[in-house]
Design a protein around this ligand. Sequence first.
Ligand code: NAP
Length: 509
Amino acid sequence: MPSDFTRASTTDEIATVCRIETPKNCGLVIFGASGDLTRRKLVPAIYRLYRQRLLPKGFFLLGVSRTTMDSERFRDLVHEELPADCDEGCWLQFARLIHYRSIDYGDAGSYRANLSGILPALEKEAGTEGNRIFYLATPPAVYESVISSLHAAGLAGNDQGSRTRIVIEKPFGSDLESARQLNRLLLGAFREEQIYRIDHYLAKETVQNILMFRFANSLFEPLWNRRYIDHVQITAAETIGIEQRAGYYEGAGVVRDMFQNHMFQLLTLTAMEPPSLFSASRVRDEKAKVLQSIRPFRLDRLDGQIVTGQYGPGVVSGNTVRGYREETGVAPHSAVPTYAAMKVWIDNWRWQGVPFYLRSGKRLGRQGTEIAVCFRPVPHMMFAQSFGGGISPNALILRVQPDEGISLEMQAKNPGSRMCLMPVTMNFSYPREVTLSAYERVLLDCMEGDQMLFVRDDGVDLSWEILTPVINAMETGGGGAVQIYQAGSAGPSAADSLLENDGKKWRSL
Ligand SMILES: NC(=O)c1ccc[n+]([C@@H]2O[C@H](COP(=O)([O-])OP(=O)(O)OC[C@H]3O[C@@H](n4cnc5c(N)ncnc54)[C@H](OP(=O)(O)O)[C@@H]3O)[C@@H](O)[C@H]2O)c1
């Protein structure tokens, strides 16, 4: 019998407390504009912001890539990706803000010829006063050329007071050394305050709410420690396979793709200490301290800490699907993991002895990302004699996607004459219509200059520092062979042992 939290809404009774910022006028320059991300995610997100009047008054979008086309053709391309019911009048107004230039990414002269002229003209027309965001929506192999050329062409604008910003898509490096090299390159051209390393998971409503929920309520924080929490489970389960991304995925695998960024970010937000101020630098300081406290994995005993798997053929949502090795572009004997589960220890006062279990995989039976904070059982179960065992301890579930919200699982008396306990769930869901999509959120934050949801250089460095030796050991046979799991299942059975050895169980997918 689920009951509901009442949402304090924008109604008169309870006012929502909001941060009110209007983004400053700015121009957005997207590199790799002919690509998939720009068409499917970025431009639709910008269009929705425009429709909701959330864009600054002075704004323009300049798409840049190698493909030769004029602005009209580019507008047509991005228009095709907008929903069929898109308001044509609104689109026509929005389309006037969109422009395109082709460029050679690695040639600073091409930037001078193709950007240095058009940018000031567009800025004058839109009144953006030189505020620019460069968005790198290219494959990572191109980042270096774009960053170096922007710098060489004098477009990085890293003097104090400049509002030039640069957004870098994930993946940020493929190991510690490549991430450090990219950071060195970036910091040679831009200042850290100008750099926005995207992890769009962080822009999900529930992820941001972890901080608000933990630190704006007095109810949970006193319980948020080793004394009351038994363990934490963080799950990011996907039903999709690798789609058309074999080229990337064969070189990455699930640990690079999901753990170094999303999973570790969710972990840090769950485990961090309250910052003294709700500011990007203080929050990121606390997140870095969590990463510094993660116990290094024992590389000679990886099998007790990490289980990896790869999906075989199976049935997902009623459809028969191929195994990973049969996907186009995947090597027939590929050992690249599409699933991983790991046990992480945080060596500090708050979390000593509390395991954090992380799992993420593709082609699983259910889609969903959640953080489950599993509390200890009550110290003495006085109902045990009357009702027997099987009474589950409390759990607080932060649902990141889908159906973003929070649930609290408790025990209550079953109504009626008989004395029975039953599990009940109090549930809070975000109404869909008030949430911004992850890309709307990150774009808006970048325009506002709010780096809270972006990863700082030390955050990237620390997470690679932990995982690079693990990935290297796994790739040379440490931790045992990758386990094949059936598509549509909950992952390899060996992942269950990771918890069963500790007397615990995964929550069902
Ligand atoms: N697509 C997504 O849903 C998604 C989600 C999360 C993160 N990302 C990240 O976002 C970035 C862009 O993704 P995407 O899917 O849009 O990539 P994409 O379509 O493969 O590439 C974007 C554009 O970059 C240029 N390009 C591609 N390969 C190149 C190469 N080898 N050398 C030089 N230019 C090249 C192409 O434009 P021109 O040939 O016209 O220059 C292409 O249209 C990637 O870093 C990706 O990891 C993407």
